[in-house]
Every structure is written in C-alpha cells, then in structure tokens.
Design a protein around this ligand. Structure first.
Ligand SMILES: [Zn+2]
Ligand SMILES: [Zn+2]
Length: 201
C-alpha cells in the first residue's frame, strides 16, 4: 500500500483553502494526486476537470490541480456522485475516477446517522466527539490507501468539454444587465437573462 504521497505543504494549502480538514477534502486531494501523477498540473488550463459533486472534495481538486471554477477548467454537473473526470487538452487523454462510497459507510450506518444529527445541530457533545473520531478514521483510511483501492479508474463517459468560452454579451431587455449570449433566452421577441426568463415565463 502506497498511501498518499503529497507533501505536507500541498495538504496544508488545501486545508487553508477549504477551511477544515475532512474526509471529503481527502477524497479531492487523492483524486488530484492521481491527476498530478498521470497528467501534470493544470497550468494555462492544460487539464480540464469535470466534477459531479459540489461538496468538500472539489476544493481539494481546485487547490491541488489548478483546475478552478474561475479559470473555466473546472466544470460541474449536479449528479450527486463522487466522480471526477480529468482531460488533458494536448492529447485528449482522459480518466474518470469514481470514489468507492462504501469507505464512508452505508446509508444506514452510525456514521451517516451521526453526520445527519450533527448537521441539524442535534448531536450531543458525546456524539460529536464520537463523530469526529469516525471522521478522522475515514480521513486516515482515504489518505493511507492506494489510489486504485479508493477509486475505480474508468474511461471518461463523454468527450472533453469545449474550451472556448464565448464572451459576446447581450443586454437583458427586462433587467438591463449584460449576459453572455449563450445564456440568453427569447420570450415574445425579447432577449432575456435566465432569471428574468424564469420570472416572466
Ligand atoms: Zn469539508
Ligand atoms: Zn434580466
């Protein structure tokens, strides 16, 4: 078992960025580690990430790989899966990493139940302490395991997303705000942004 080979500095930087250390961040860091090993770092948008969750793990990926939301080389699709696809622009090489969710516990496990209570603010101090211990155990497991043990390594489901972000803007005829042309809607001959279209449609 190899375990995580990231440097303490790489891990610290990600914890700083995310705000806390948690199993989700560990999952993102390990996915990022796989990418650094196999595709290199995403300078100048060389690597594109497609994430299917919007939870903690994504911050590990952003901090480590250089695939960030703001640069446009991090795409999000709301599938509720701990699945991360990476593409390298130079040669189109891609990989889809699917985290083995069993490592966090089954839906009816004590861990899941405690998490739920804790998020609702209903956990007793004793339960919180217990939960934190379990979170640490899972984080240790994720960091200590071989990458191929925690991720199923697959071919990407789809082709690489387009790189060019079209910057042409139009003005929404309802609110007057500028909006990317590709995000406009038409209603009764008027050009609108998505929120205005939804309010009036
Ligand atoms: Zn977190
Ligand atoms: Zn509008």
């Amino acid at each position: 078992m190899a375990g995580c080979e990231l440097t303490p500095e790489q891990i610290e930087k990600a914890v700083d960025f995310h705000g806390h250390w948690c199993p989700g961040l560990a999952i993102g860091l390990r996915a990022g580690e796989y990418v650094l090993n196999h595709m290199g770092r995403a300078e100048d948008e060389e690597v594109v990430a497609l994430v299917e969750t919007d939870m903690c793990a994504v911050d590990g990926i952003q901090s480590l790989t250089g695939c960030t939301f703001g640069k446009g080389n991090l795409r999000y699709q709301d599938h509720g899966k701990l699945a991360f696809t990476f593409y390298r622009r130079s040669d189109g090489k891609g990989v889809r990493l699917v985290f083995d969710a069993n490592r966090l516990g089954s839906p009816d496990s004590e861990f899941t139940e405690l998490n739920r209570k804790w998020l609702k603010g209903e956990a007793t101090p004793e339960e919180v302490e217990n939960l934190m211990k379990m979170r640490q155990e899972r984080t240790d497991d994720i960091m200590g395991s071989d990458l191929t043990e925690i991720f199923e390594v697959k071919e990407p489901d789809a082709a690489m997303p387009h790189s060019a972000r079209i910057l042409t803007s139009l003005v929404c005829e309802a609110c007057g705000e500028s909006v990317m042309e590709s995000r406009t809607r038409r209603l009764e001959g008027r050009t609108m942004c998505i929120p205005c279209f939804q309010n009036q449609g």
